[in-house]
Each structure stands twice: as C-alpha cells, then as structure tokens.
Design a protein around this ligand. Structure first.
Ligand code: ZN
Length: 190
C-alpha cells in the first residue's frame, strides 16, 4: 500500500511536467511514471556538471522529481531521437559514471539526460519491490553512488535495470512545450 498512498500525495500536491513509460528489465509490463519538475532542482551550471550533483530523485514507484532544466533537456533529446517501448533508453554499459566502461559498451563517455532518467526508472523498480523500505534504503545507499562492492548495490542496480520507454503522448505540460519550441528555434532546429 505504500506506493499508491505516497504517489497519491505527490499527485495532490502538484501536476507532473510529463509522464513516461518505464520498467525494470525483468518486469513484463510497462508502467506509467509521473515526472515532476521543480525549480529547487534546477542548476545554473552547464551540462554535464549538474548530473553529478544528484538533482534527480525517485520518490515512489510512480514519481520522479527533476529540475525544469533537466525536464527540458530530456524533451530536447526526445524530440531528436524519441525512445519507445520497442526501443527504450538504457544506461550505456549499466553505468552513469564510468566513462571507460561506457565507451567500451559503445556509449558516449557522459550520460544523456534520457539515460539519467532511465537510471531513475531503475529506482522506481526498487521502490516497487521494497515498498516503504525503499526510503530508508535510498537514504542509506544513494550517497555511495555507483562503484564496486556491496555498498553500491542500490545505485548500480538502478543503472543496470532501468528502461525509459518514451514520453506518454499528450502528457507534456503546455508551458514546457512552449519552452521546448523556443529552445529548438534558437538552435535553428525548427
Ligand atoms: Zn540513483
């Protein structure tokens, strides 16, 4: 019961900036996950530095919180190369912070925003399995980040397991859509 109740609280407090399809590799069915954006999670610094400051957080099996700038970056990436349930985004090499391992797996050394979102989807799968224990587990292990050894299981598992299957049609908040169009226009992509 933990996940439905906690998720309902988030939905009462705010509207998501968009919804996504997501699941863990071993899950059969795709789930719909709400992505909430908040200015508190914005960063002034340029890509990709903010990735390393842990501004995204997964609260429940169906709720991820990000900054508005991160949400916009995901949309920009998805406008150029949309993910789908047939072709989901996964974290290259199963690691966000291992440039050599990522390169060896055929990925870019630094993760895209969509890959970071796939990592967060991996956390939603943990929240689904762990129920209320997910919060203490997250508090205890998130700071260890990825790495070798048992202390890093929480973050490693999220990167290895998460699949981002694209943005749910019609779920993007209009104000974010306007920002995206202005942004693409500035870049001359439109
Ligand atoms: Zn994480």
């Amino acid at each position: 019961m933990f996940n439905p109740i906690a998720t309902a609280c988030f939905r009462l407090a705010a509207r998501p900036c968009f919804r996504i399809h997501g699941k863990g590799r071993r899950e059969e069915a795709w789930r719909v996950i709400d992505v909430f954006a908040t200015h508190r999670r914005d960063q002034d610094s340029r890509w990709p530095a903010f990735l390393f400051r842990g501004t995204c957080i997964t609260w429940t099996a169906a709720v991820i919180a990000v900054g508005w700038d991160f949400a916009l970056e995901v949309l920009r990436e998805q406008a150029v190369a949309p993910a789908s349930c047939e072709h989901p985004v996964e974290v290259a090499g199963g690691r966000l912070r291992d440039p050599l391992g990522r390169h060896a797996a055929g990925g870019e050394p630094w993760p895209s925003a969509s890959e970071v979102l796939a990592h967060e989807v991996g956390h939603t799968a943990q929240a689904r399995r762990l129920g209320w224990l997910y919060w203490p587990a997250g508090a205890a292990f998130t700071l260890w980040r990825e790495g070798p050894g048992w202390r890093h299981w929480f973050e490693n598992q999220a990167s290895q397991n998460g699949q981002f299957g694209g943005i749910v049609n019609g779920s993007v908040r209009p104000e974010l859509m306007v920002k995206l169009l202005n942004n693409l226009r500035q870049d001359g992509l439109q």
